[in-house]
Design a protein around this ligand. Structure first.
Ligand SMILES: NC(=O)c1ccc[n+]([C@@H]2O[C@H](COP(=O)([O-])OP(=O)(O)OC[C@H]3O[C@@H](n4cnc5c(N)ncnc54)[C@H](OP(=O)(O)O)[C@@H]3O)[C@@H](O)[C@H]2O)c1
Length: 274
């Protein structure tokens, strides 16, 4: 039983819209498992070794995390997870993405139905699995074009009907895109929301009314904790802020540092535990 020993609390779980799949309030972001080029973190880093990733996965699980976020655009993240999760894959809820690939140091976007379908098929091969629990379009910023004119949503609906993805949505970059995704009845949106970036809050307000799941990226401001002077305990401040909004399903936080992972789980469980 995952729990915060010091407080006697367990990490809360919430259902993904339209499914019976429950996800932990903290998800593990895995950009840093697979890509260290053209990323915007405060410090450069080496990709973790297989042993280090396995230890992070064990620690995450022990702390109550059951959600992993990956993407084809995160370099070799998907294939490393496929290899390292191995026979323990079913213990995890996996979220991946489609629409963006990172090749030879540059992002390439294609949201055509054929590209989305082929991307999901490649994702399943890399992850060595027969389905992912959540699949998000990895928007290039032209959210409305992607949602309304690319045909990507129809492709995802077909993949859902085939059981290859259990739910779907979009990681947006604009307020209009997030609101449109909710209007279209997608299962989930992924948005940026933290104490230093509140511009997208109306998407959370709207998701609360519709029941759309809300996954947060950059809850810690990608490690920068805003532009100004960071507060004394920025992690607690950030989690208190993002979970004070009742629409938040899960905050996807990326780390390759076990001390940070433990700190994040303990801070989150203290604020949002059961
Ligand atoms: N869909 C999209 O378009 C999109 C875009 C960006 C991100 N994402 C997803 O969201 C996840 C999170 O986004 P993100 O990585 O940009 O932002 P984030 O989770 O806000 O920040 C991650 C950064 O914060 C640092 N960090 C984590 N815990 C910390 C702690 N307790 N104290 C100090 N620093 C800490 C990490 O460094 P250490 O490794 O040293 O801990 C890492 O550099 C990604 O991994 C990815 O899965 C999605």
């Amino acid at each position: 039983m995952p729990w915060n020993a010091s407080l006697g609390l367990t990490m809360k779980r919430r259902l993904i819209h339209s499914t019976d799949i429950a996800v932990s309030s903290l998800g593990l972001g895995t950009v840093k498992f697979g890509r260290n080029q053209q990323v915007k973190y405060p410090a450069g880093f080496e990709l973790p070794s297989d042993e280090e990733i396995l230890a992070l996965l064990d620690l995450a699980q022990e702390q109550g995390i059951n959600l992993i976020d990956t993407a084809p655009a995160y370099g070799i993240s998907e294939e490393r997870l496929g290899k390292l999760l191995g026979s323990r894959r079913d213990e995890w809820v996996i979220m991946s993405k489609a629409g963006e690939d990172f090749i030879d140091g540059a992002s390439h976007f294609d949201f055509s139905p054929c590209a989305i379908t082929e991307s999901v098929e490649r994702t399943l091969l890399r992850l060595r699995t027969d389905r992912v629990e959540s699949l998000l379009l990895h928007s290039d910023g032209n959210d409305l074009e992607v949602l309304d004119h690319s045909g990507a949503i129809d492709a995802l609906q077909k993949l859902k009907e085939q059981g290859l993805i259990r739910s779907y949505g979009i990681s947006t970059k604009t307020v209009a895109g997030g609101l449109r995704a909710i209007e279209l009845g997608l299962d989930a949106v992924m948005v940026t929301y933290n104490p230093w970036h509140t511009e997208e809050e109306s998407i959370l307000d709207s998701a609360l009314e519709s029941g759309t799941s809300v996954f947060l990226k950059k809850a810690l401001g990608s490690g920068w904790f805003g532009d100004g002077e960071a507060p004394d305990d920025p992690v607690t401040e950030a989690f208190r802020f993002v979970f004070s909004h009742p629409a938040t399903t899960s905050a996807i936080v990326g780390t390759i540092n076990p001390k940070h992972l433990r700190e994040n789980c303990e801070a989150l469980t203290a604020i949002d535990g059961d």
